[in-house]
Write a new protein. Structure first.
Length: 425
């Protein structure tokens, strides 16, 4: 049975602590960028630890449409092959469905000299974060034109440049690094994003033959290599720290003890610090993962989102779901994307006491939430509603499951493995 008779729903009716082991899949925010970067060279690439998510399927479709061969292997690997020229015309309908399609910008421009791509939602780069991508490419010698939701970039040859970001944009860092690897001379990016997924992309590029210094730091130095000198490579996707945080939040509201294989403490230090202040206990598992334990009601703590290594904005919905049943009151401040609070009404429908003040959410914890029908409006909001369902009496029914599928590899199955009363109809 589904709400409306056609779309799937997730149902949660749970009480009691969680226990067992869950494996953290590869990161959505890395694998899509790795897939885009493969167009820098011909040959067969093998990407391991690929999550089974809808966004990977969309990116695979895009690559096939521009001339690549993409195959899924049964072991969770993705095989991508490029033979000769690829089209620089990215299909409009597909690009509009996937924000990460913009990560083809740097690789296609630097290798083939041009790209014609529709931006997700038809955003004008002069008004949206894409302006940092564009200004960086223009500093490297590209000409850019935006018309009716479509971006056209020409650059017969890019040249190294000194680029300074006023804000550590992940997408702009990724695009300009991939553009710089085949540019003439040296490109320096000051104020670069330092996220683990950015470092993962840089390590992948180095394995292809790129020359990058300062990986994981705020200043990146890329020495361009000649076109045709990059080669195919094999790479394992970094574990998904947001999925790991979802399992942490689940234990936080339900109690219990769960081992998370492949969870990496180093990638989540500030988030784990805040969780420890709330009362969670973390134990390293001999380089194979992390154990999370919760034996008492959470304590409320204030949290604000900041660029990495701060608390990521993608953690915020999970944090608010946790604080909804914590002891006391707390304020969560969104410093990166003030409009990302669409899920608050859904949490309030479950009984959460949340008051909004511009980009601040004030949460007063209650003992338990109350199950009802709610809707997921995006990936992270959907995960937060699942977590909230674990803290609710009665059944919680979540529609809009397609959003969750875009970023989570069998979330229902993995949660069921650690004892969650959850189903998908």
């Amino acid at each position: 049975m589904t709400i409306g008779g056609s779309e799937p729903v997730i149902r949660i009716d749970h009480d009691g602590p969680l226990e067992g082991t869950v494996r953290v899949p590869g990161a959505k925010n890395s694998v899509l960028k790795l897939m885009a970067a493969t167009v820098l060279a011909d040959g067969e690439f093998t990407i391991n630890n690929v999550p089974g998510i809808a966004d990977v399927d969309i990116m695979s479709h895009i690559l096939r449409e521009i001339g690549s061969t993409v195959e899924r292997a049964g072991d969770g690997s993705l095989l991508i092959r490029h033979d000769g020229d690829l089209s620089t015309e990215v299909p409009t309908g597909l690009a509009g469905r996937l924000r990460a399609s913009v990560n083809l910008l740097g690789p296609l421009v630097t290798r083939f000299g041009s790209i014609h791509i529709a931006l997700p939602g038809g955003d004008d780069f002069g008004l949206r974060p894409i302006d940092m991508h564009i200004s960086g490419l223009e500093a490297m010698g590209a000409s850019c034109h935006f018309d009716d939701g479509v971006l056209t970039v020409h650059a017969p040859r890019l040249s190294g440049a000194n680029i300074r970001f006023s804000f550590p944009s992940v997408g702009a860092t990724e695009n300009l690094v991939t553009a710089a690897v085949l540019a003439d001379g040296v490109t320096t990016i000051d104020g670069a994003a330092r996220e683990p997924e950015v470092a993962d992309l840089c390590h992948f590029l180095v394995s292809m033959g790129a020359q990058i210094e300062g990986i994981g730091e705020s200043t990146l130095r890329i020495t361009g290599v000649p076109r045709g000198s990059l080669h195919s490579a094999t790479h394992r996707v970094v574990p998904d720290r947001i999925q790991a945080a979802t399992y942490i939040a689940s234990v936080a509201v339900a109690g219990g003890e769960v081992d998370m294989v492949d969870a990496r403490r180093a990638d989540m230090r500030m988030f784990l610090h805040r969780c420890t202040e709330m009362g969670l206990v973390f134990t390293d598992l001999d380089d194979v993962g992390l154990r999370v334990a919760s034996s008492q009601r959470l304590s409320a703590v204030d949290v604000q989102t900041l660029p990495y290594p701060g608390v990521a904005t993608d953690y915020k919905p999970l944090v608010i779901a946790m604080l909804s049943v914590a002891n006391g009151s707390a304020v969560v401040t969104e410093n990166l994307y003030p409009g990302r609070f669409r899920y608050i009404n859904e949490l309030q429908a479950l009984g959460a006491k949340i008051t909004m003040h511009e980009h601040h959410a004030e949460i007063t914890g209650v003992e338990r939430l109350s199950g009802t029908e709610v809707t997921a409006h995006d990936i992270r909001a959907g995960a937060a509603l699942v977590v909230a369902g674990l803290a609710a009496d009665g059944e919680t029914t979540i529609s809009g499951v397609g959003h969750i599928d875009r970023g989570y590899d069998d979330l229902v199955g993995r949660l069921r493995e650690i004892g969650v009363g959850i189903s998908r109809d």
